[in-house]
Design a protein. Structure first.
Length: 335
């Protein structure tokens, strides 16, 4: 626990470092904090903050910089900015259009406004059951056929815990089609949580396998649109370390890690912030991700965000990500 004096000094140090990019010394901190403290007192408080792992001393510099842990405390307890509209001069626009163009425009908008990297997952195409069919291929190998109301067909081969006869599979197909037709994968998954105990064992197992197959089909359709990777070449925190830059560009090439991170973000409402290596999906101490989900007609279908250095203006990034999320939601939702 920090007392108010330590919190004020840490807040001033983080804000000064974000603004200037230079280690903050006790004299600068005294002016920035507005506290009437002696240089010796400030140095003592800074030593305590360093012992707590909230700030660090780079090389032989007399100044201090925030650590990822320090940024996290700052964002969680000291950031006063709430998601709101940007100033009129920066007010962005995304016009309703084809979904793919909206997503590309959103990624570019995030990059332009933040001067970092904008990332957006394309809307997931929600799988809806119209008809479910199970066909026995061989012992414990079953073909699951999912047919949507539009006539799209998804096939998946699953391995079952027991061997089923074709008549058992047909009975399960008839029952599950009657019970779950017209529901989305997510709705079926939620219903199964409460109904699985009441269903006969073999039918419950087949339905869970079908849901898993449908979820995998959804995931395979998802794409990530990235804009502004080259912006990182001009970021002071990265430009002097080509090794870090190379790893970052490898990350953008792979995209799989980004999709996993953004998928986690889509399960929570509002803006999420990952600092340093917190996400474990993007394990770079120098990198932060600010993300938020967006909706289509009230359903969360994707995520967008900004990727940049830990030394970023978090209050502004929150505003940029929040308003872009709302713009994409409005552009893709039917009026």
């Amino acid at each position: 626990m920090l007392d108010e004096r330590a919190k004020t000094l840490l807040k001033a140090l983080v804000e000064r470092y974000i603004a200037d990019g230079q280690p903050v010394g006790s004299r600068t901190l005294s002016r920035a904090s507005g506290l009437d403290l002696s240089p010796a007192t400030i140095r003592n408080v800074m030593a305590d903050l360093e012992d707590l792992g909230l700030i660090a001393s780079p090389h032989t510099s007399a100044g201090r910089i925030p650590t990822a842990r320090g940024y996290r405390l700052f964002v969680d307890t000291m950031l006063t900015a709430q998601p709101r509209d940007l100033g009129s001069a920066d007010q962005p626009q995304i016009h309703p259009d084809q979904p793919q163009r909206v997503i590309a425009s959103a990624a570019q908008l995030l990059s332009n406004l933040s001067s970092f990297v904008g990332v957006v997952t394309a809307p997931r195409k929600v799988s809806v059951f119209h008809h479910i069919e199970f066909l026995r291929l061989s012992e414990r190998r079953v073909l699951v056929i999912l047919v949507t109301p539009e006539g799209d067909v998804q096939n998946r081969v699953i391995l079952t815990a027991q061997d089923y006869t074709q008549s058992q599979l047909q009975e399960a197909s008839n029952f599950l089609t009657a019970q779950y037709a017209g529901l989305s994968i997510e709705q079926v998954r939620e219903r199964l949580k409460s109904e699985v105990d009441a269903l006969r064992g073999e039918i419950a197992a087949l339905m869970q396998a079908a849901v898993l197959a449908g979820s995998e089909a959804d995931d395979s359709q998802e794409q990530v649109v990235i804009s502004g990777e080259r912006n990182l070449l001009t970021v002071q925190d990265f430009s002097s370390d080509m090794g870090s830059l190379r790893k970052l560009f490898d990350l953008f090439e792979q995209k799989t890690q980004l999709m996993r991170l953004l998928d986690v973000s889509s399960r929570a409402e509002g803006v999420r912030i990952y600092i340093g290596g917190e996400s474990r999906v993007v394990p770079f101490e120098e990198l932060s991700v600010v993300s938020a989900p967006y909706e289509v007609n009230g359903q969360i279908v994707g995520t967008l965000g900004v990727i940049g250095p830990t030394r970023m203006a978090y209050d502004r990034m929150i505003q940029i990500v929040d308003i872009t999320s709302r713009l994409v939601t409005n552009a893709l939702s039917t009026k």
